[in-house]
Ligand binder design. Structure first.
Ligand code: ATP
Length: 243
């Protein structure tokens, strides 16, 4: 049997802020084309893990491989250019620029594309994220759902092979959440590898093939989402249910 190649692999990664160990000997991998969900209580170290993967924070120990290449010491911008894209928990678009202009900034980040290429790519992403009708609206005037869509669109404009989504469904109504999930499913179906941190569990489990549970910076479980959600550790530690 041929094992699918890992798009992302972390090996014994640790990170401390002073005396606080926020990432504790984390090892996991994400095969190419898969979607992995990350859950865990507030402060478990989920966003820190993303910052280590993107290179926004240096790991203290351990290694991070992207497409089989050791990127542990590669700067964030280079990791982005080579295909690590992300959304942020708190979207911070350029509020005085239009939706389209925000996308152009992301699409040209560290790249030398022609103007016509950028225009074509941005039009495809606007269509895919259902923002095409709002392309000329300033991003500061968008609804929450459209700000989330723009956050997704900006990440897509960096041409990610690996897309990291940080709590993108938070604060949305059921209907809005469903609409966003459909867009994420479509992106995943095109072959983009996804790692998604999310507290909205039904949204997450409708997309991901595996779930990873983080608690106090440690991986306490990884595997099939149904099995993970039923596990004693998750019920006790994440859901606060005494079993
Ligand atoms: N730059 C930093 N300096 C010091 N402490 C930090 C820093 N970044 C994060 N922390 C601390 O590390 C811990 C983990 O934070 P992190 O944001 O990674 O958790 P999280 O699981 O993403 O939480 P949430 O679900 O609330 O977003 C927290 O105690 C936080 O206060």
């Amino acid at each position: 049997m041929v094992t699918p190649a890992s798009m992302l692999a972390l090996q014994n990664v640790s990170k401390s802020f002073g005396a606080l160990k926020v990432t504790d000997d984390v090892t996991f991998d994400v095969p190419e084309g898969q979607a992995l969900g990350i859950i865990g209580p507030n402060g478990a170290g989920k966003s820190t893990l993303f910052n280590l993967i993107t290179g926004n924070l240096p790991a203290d120990t351990g290694s991070i491989h992207f497409e089989g290449r050791d990127v542990t010491k590669v700067p964030a911008m280079q990791r982005c250019i080579s295909g690590v894209g992300r959304s942020f928990q708190i979207p911070q678009p350029f509020t005085h620029l239009t939706v389209y202009e925000n996308l152009v900034v992301a699409a040209t980040f560290g790249r030398q594309s022609t103007e016509s290429d950028v225009m074509r790519q941005c039009a495809v992403i606007l269509e895919r994220t259902e923002l095409i009708g709002k392309a000329n609206q300033t991003s500061g005037s968008l609804s929450l759902l459209d700000r989330k869509r723009l956050e997704l669109a900006r990440a897509m404009a960096t041409h990610p092979k690996l897309l990291l989504l940080d709590e993108i469904a938070g604060g949305l109504t059921e209907g809005e959440c469903h609409a966003l999930v459909e867009t994420i499913k479509a992106i995943h179906a095109e072959g983009v590898t996804i790692v998604w941190i999310e507290h909205v569990l039904h949204a997450l489990t409708s997309v991901v093939e595996r779930l990873l549970v983080l608690d106090f910076g440690r991986v306490i479980g990884i595997g099939d989402p149904d099995a993970i959600m039923e596990s004693k550790e998750v019920k006790e530690i994440y859901l606060g249910i005494d079993v």
